[in-house]
Design a binder for this molecule. Sequence first.
Ligand code: NAD
Ligand code: ZN
Length: 387
Amino acid sequence: MKAAVFHKPGDISVDTVDDPRILHPGDVILKVTSTAICGSDLHILSGGVPQTTDLIMGHEFMGIVEEVGSGVTKLKRGDRVVVPFPIACGSCFFCTHGASPHCENSNYEHYGPEGNLTDKKGGALYGYTDLYGGYSGGQAEYVRVPYADISPRVVPDNLTDEQALFLTDIFPTGWSAIDWAQLKGGEVVAIFGSGPVGLMAQKAAWLNGASRVIAIDVVDYRLEKAKAVNNVETLNPNNVDVVEAIRQKTGGRGADVCVDAVGFEPDRSFMDRVKSAVNFEVGSMKVLDMCFEAVRRAGTVSIVGVYGSPYDNFPLFRMFDKGITVKQGQAPVLNYIDHLIELVRDGKVVLDDIISHTLPLTEAAKGYEIFQKKQDDCTKVVLKPGL
Ligand code: NAD
Ligand code: ZN
């Protein structure tokens, strides 16, 4: 089959690779119909999240069940499903405590039993490096889905692939960022980063009762997109003092919630980021600093942007003094997916309006390039193996 394969930083190509096989009774093989490139994939492409061997990329995918393992009871051949990006067994401590991205059994296949005993080996994700289980991803014609009775959800017939695809990751991720802040209604929510995750967090903020949603990005076309699809206010740190502007918009108090939907910057090398972190230069920490400054006292900072390096000078004093609640991590998609499918099915939210490019899978490398370099007003790339 054809698949988008990571070889080394800067090098992802579409190769012919072996078809996946059922390895365990709980597996299904999915024929992928649509898959997307995520900002998280850019961290692998840039080398920020390290991978030393070839890897089939992709954790945002959906498709048709092609082959069913003997132990699978809930899915049958021909079912059309979306697959949440964390691989979850459904029965371990973390899966039964609402923390499926930390599933203890998902790494078992890769590391063996001893892998379960060490905190260093947390949960596994599709196509997200050996650090996260070494599983092949879904930017491919076919993908193996383990624990198939647990995470995949059958897509309502009235939804197109494009309407459903972002239930795999970015809509639940944007939703988590807002859910973690437990809005009561009427809040001001400032969302840093207006890429796909930021755009989804903006939608989630409105759906959860925010009265004002402010999008912040350094790229103007992404702010234009946010205005067009989500009717938000926008700020570009290149033009204004964002912290000051947010304070002015909130009577000096600050935003109730700040979301970091940027993470470490995809276009900087790992060593640059480490240096910047250690020396506390303006760099990857800038967004977090802005979040801690722009949030009101006793407010919440939600960090869904991915961070992959340590750093000193974390603004602990400001966080303590202001009594800030911080929540972060991989989104616990399973906690939300059934509710979010209903919102999409019932037309309460539109997700496909963020797609800027739909390409055949064979053009994945081009998709990565335009998404990474922000060319051609790219906001989200969907790849179709069937095109
Ligand atoms: P993206 O790279 O397209 O979006 C990031 C946006 O941040 C871009 O529009 C960029 O212009 C903007 N940006 C960069 N520097 C900025 C700055 N200083 N101030 C304001 N904006 C700035 O990627 P995405 O797909 O939207 O993903 C965003 C982040 O979310 C990534 O770090 C990704 O890894 C992470 N992510 C996390 C989860 C999770 O479960 N926590 C899931 C998906 C993605
Ligand atoms: Zn993703």
